[in-house]
Design a protein around this ligand. Structure first.
Ligand SMILES: NC(=O)c1ccc[n+]([C@@H]2O[C@H](COP(=O)([O-])OP(=O)(O)OC[C@H]3O[C@@H](n4cnc5c(N)ncnc54)[C@H](OP(=O)(O)O)[C@@H]3O)[C@@H](O)[C@H]2O)c1
Length: 342
């Protein structure tokens, strides 16, 4: 397989001069790889405060920013607000808060029924982030009782006031994307980005027309869990399964089947100067035209994930990964904690 410029794990080849990619039609530019902060402050799923602390998260932040990462993904529900607060604290400490492109999310709890609840949720997020405006505001999930139309209509005045620079939708299906576009376009705004799970073991959007449609429309596709919640790093095996919620989401039979793909990722990594499975996984997402936002709990993970930048998998390598991953699609298992998208 032909390899382009290789860099080993965590090589120092990345700098603040990273190239930028458009965040859909928003006019905002972001680094081609972002940083996800679900684990920042989350005790329940990720073990914040037990296996990693604020100092570890600060290391991840500092390393990412030093390397030119500008795109940070958070949500009001992550650590019940702590993720947003940590972003503000680190951003101020390193004097980069205003340089970051921050995406946060509105969660449509069933007791939130009116546009006022979205306005209040945004105001609270902005306070925690220490910002006057958020760069990208997503509807986190299209949960009932209110329709997606309700929430995007509620975003329009906030777009007009400049409190939201761009609107996005997460965990939506193609029909919902079209409905959201209709609301926003009516008011003169584009849908800037969609955020969905996309990785080598969750590829529905490649097969159901979603990815193709977003590309045609110029909507940025932001790939969450691009490492399949850590499974694509290769560190979890049937002998060493994850010890938290991921054990149920990725059971032993899956981990057994996964090893073939991890072996191929290691082999391909050798062709690129010793890239790790995680770096191959992230580069694969970028090769598909999406923006990965891997979560990092410490400096080492952030540094390692940066090694996905500055080189590209060949089309043959992407093909080989595609074929090896087809046998693995998680679809049939339905054990994910996340409801499946239609
Ligand atoms: N919109 C949504 O509904 C939604 C849902 C999920 C996630 N997201 C967003 O997407 C981001 C990323 O998703 P994610 O955190 O679920 O999954 P992910 O990025 O696929 O995996 C992240 C986890 O993998 C491990 N890891 C990361 N880099 C590593 C490395 N280089 N080497 C070894 N282990 C590494 C860490 O966990 P361990 O060390 O514990 O293994 C880390 O917490 C989130 O932070 C969040 O911003 C959004």
């Amino acid at each position: 397989m032909a390899a382009s410029a290789g860099q080993g794990e965590g090589s120092g080849g990345e700098s603040r001069s990273l190239n930028r990619v458009p965040l859909g039609p928003s006019g905002i530019q972001v680094s081609p790889l972002g940083l996800g902060t679900w684990a920042w402050g989350d005790r329940f799923f990720w073990g914040y405060g037990r296996t990693y602390q604020d100092g570890d998260l600060e290391g991840a932040f500092r390393r990412a920013v030093e390397a030119g990462i500008t795109f940070f993904d958070t949500a009001e529900v992550y650590g019940w607000g702590r993720s947003e607060r940590l972003l503000q604290a680190f951003g101020r400490k390193y004097e980069v808060l205003d340089d970051l492109v921050i995406a946060t999310k509105f969660f449509p709890y069933p007791w939130r029924l009116t546009s006022g609840s979205l306005q209040r949720a945004l105001a609270a997020s902005l306070r925690r982030l220490g910002r006057d405006a958020v760069d990208l505001y997503y509807l986190h999930w299209p949960f009932p009782p209110r329709s997606v139309e309700t929430w995007f209509r509620a975003m329009v005045p906030l777009l007009r006031q400049g409190k939201i620079r761009a609107a996005g939708a997460s965990n939506v299906n193609l029909a919902q994307v079209k409905r959201i576009q209709a609301v926003l376009e009516d008011a003169g705004y584009p849908l800037a980005a969609v955020q969905v799970e996309f990785n080598l073991v969750r590829r529905e959007i490649e097969f159901n027309g979603f990815l193709e449609y977003c590309k045609e429309q110029g909507i940025a596709v932001v790939a969450y869990s691009p490492l399949a919640s850590g499974m694509l790093t290769g560190k979890y095996t049937p002998e060493n399964p994850p010890r938290d919620w991921r054990r149920r989401a990725y059971p032993r039979a899956f981990l057994e089947r996964l090893q073939r793909l991890i072996r191929l990722m290691n082999e391909i990594g050798q062709d690129y100067g010793g890239k790790t499975p995680a770096q191959i996984a992230l580069n694969w997402v970028m090769a598909k035209g999406a923006i990965p936002i891997p979560g990092a709990k410490n400096e080492r993970q952030a540094q390692s994930n940066l090694g996905a930048l500055g080189w590209s998998l060949s089309p043959e390598a992407v093909d080989a990964l595609d074929r090896a991953s087809e046998a693995l699609q998680l679809g049939a298992l339905t054990l994910s904690p996340f409801p499946r998208r239609a």
